[in-house]
Design a protein around this ligand. Structure first.
Ligand code: 6PG
Length: 254
């Protein structure tokens, strides 16, 4: 395990200044993340832990581990609220749905109160669906304005696409310019489905952003996002808290 610590003072982290932690393989990566989430849940000492889950295939191994006998009964699920970082505008029963993936890999295996799971609504009108989710987040947050020092999320899990997208912040989409909304939507040109997504502002209102990336195919894009000033959507991710790249050795280029 190696890490390169570049801290950006108390001004929070960016995708370029965050910590990098390289684990031996995808199993070790999932085990590290599961134990980290358990630690953060325990340190909240009974206060809710708010996690925005990533979609895609990479985090599935983590979700399956959290739903396994090793973790399912150890996590204080009654104090954990699960949100979504993005969603495809397909029915929650569709195999392309991030909620479907999370339900199959995690929710079906844990005893979590129904009110603690916050799926993104799917409507024909994605703008309306985004307004509904934003209103839900604002009600939980207790304000319509994000305040420094009062993070919306404890943990935001993010994946990384080969084109440098993260959540559903895709290259060339108007949502990349969104400064005020917490939730918006996009129509990527090279990925299926209209999508709802947290905006940069909502993601930045967090204690921890964790990019969870594995596999050799992502090594180059990680280097470009972290080390070069390329205009990828994921390169613009910031948090008022700490940003961690949690990689397996293949994605870490080792
Ligand atoms: C989605 C995700 C997306 C994903 C990346 C990486 O809805 O697909 O939010 O941002 O994290 O595309 O996907 P993989 O983990 O499958 O490589």
């Amino acid at each position: 395990m190696s890490d390169k610590i570049e801290k950006n003072g108390d001004k929070g982290h960016t995708a370029q200044t965050g910590y990098v932690l390289v684990l031996s393989d995808a199993t070790a990566q999932a085990e590290y993340l599961a134990s980290s989430i358990l630690h953060h849940a325990e340190e909240k000492q009974g206060e809710p832990l708010r996690i925005a889950l990533s979609g895609g295939s990479t985090p599935k191994r983590l979700y399956e581990l959290l739903g396994s006998s090793e973790y399912a009964d150890r996590m204080p699920w009654d104090k954990i609220h699960l949100f979504f970082g993005d969603e495809r505008m397909v029915p929650h029963t569709d195999s392309d749905s991030n909620f479907h993936m999370v339900k199959e890999s995690l929710l079906a295996h844990i005893d979590i109160p129904f009110r603690n799971v916050h799926p993104m609504p799917v409507l024909d009108d994605p703008a309306k669906a985004a307004e509904i989710y934003q209103a839900e987040l604002q009600a939980i947050y207790g304000s319509k304005t994000l305040e420094k020092g009062k993070p919306l999320f404890d943990i935001v899990l993010l994946g990384l696409g080969g084109d440098g997208h993260t959540a559903s912040l895709f290259p060339g989409t108007p949502v990349l310019q969104e400064k005020d909304k917490w939730v918006s939507w996009s129509q990527p040109s090279d990925a299926p489905h209209k999508r709802m997504t947290l905006t940069y502002s909502a993601i930045a209102s967090s204690r921890f952003v964790m990019f969870v990336v594995s596999g050799e195919s992502k090594a180059q894009i990680i280097r470009e996002v972290r080390d070069e000033d390329k205009p990828y959507p994921s390169a613009a991710i910031k948090t008022e808290g700490e940003l961690h790249w949690i990689l397996d050795r293949a994605a870490g280029g080792e």
